[in-house]
Design a protein around this ligand. Structure first.
Ligand SMILES: Cc1ncc(C[n+]2csc(CCOP(=O)(O)OP(=O)(O)O)c2C)c(N)n1
Ligand SMILES: [Mg+2]
Length: 195
């Protein structure tokens, strides 16, 4: 299954669901398209809007700091975490393919500037900061993934973390189904014996 949503959907409006989806590890790829604004509703600040942003809901500038999606997703235990920048279509397509191939919950955080409502996080602003993760990064190393995610100098893109060995929600459901079936009585005598 492939799910697409915005930064408001993923980190605010539906933000309470995300850590629990991560714990269940369903075989879903979720692309969070982050433009740092509530775009559809015409420009209110979102959880990833930068401080100082002037918007319909913050006419004198936003005073709250933004959430930092990558360290959050890693803390939640999302079993595949990648980040892309919408200008680099080739890289994004590789990240999406890797995410879809991953067994379990995979998130692609896609930074995608909104030219209409966000005049702070623009394509030019992002282009100066984006760096692809170096090829020698080991994506099974969660501490290394956190270090890249917490780096404030560069805005890394690529696969930060993957753990293909966690049981998926589908595997866990099948396990529960088998346990339930094993306990089903096979005869009337077995059924009566349960009471
Ligand atoms: C629970 C709930 N609250 C509010 C809304 C109204 N609403 C629809 S889209 C939206 C903004 C979504 O922003 P984001 O997820 O960042 O997506 P974007 O439009 O920027 O792509 C809001 C507040 C809603 N649909 N559901
Ligand atoms: Mg948005």
């Amino acid at each position: 299954m492939f799910v697409v949503g915005g930064d408001g959907d993923g980190f605010s409006i539906g933000g309470g669901h995300l850590p629990h989806a991560a714990r269940r590890n369903p075989d879903i790829t979720y692309m969070i398209i982050d433009n740092g604004i509530y775009g559809l509703t015409k420009g209110q600040v979102s959880p990833t809007s930068p401080m100082g942003m002037v918007s319909g809901t913050t006419p004198f500038g936003l005073e709250d700091p933004p959430l930092d999606p990558l360290p959050m997703l890693l803390s939640y235990g999302v079993s595949f975490v990648a980040r892309g920048f919408s200008s680099d279509v080739k890289q994004v397509s590789k990240l999406v393919q890797a995410a879809v191939a991953h067994p379990g919950f995979s998130i692609v955080h896609l930074v995608s500037p909104c030219p209409t409502f966000n005049q702070v996080i623009t394509f030019d602003f992002m282009k100066e900061r984006v760096s692809p993760i170096s090829e020698d990064h080991d994506p099974t190393d969660i501490a290394a993934a956190f270090r890249l995610a917490l780096n404030q100098e560069r805005f890394y893109t690529g696969v930060f973390y993957r753990n293909p060995n966690l049981p998926t929600m589908e595997q866990k459901l099948e396990h529960q189904r088998k346990l339930t079936m094993d306990r089903q009585p096979r005869s009337l005598e077995q059924l009566f014996a349960q009471f």
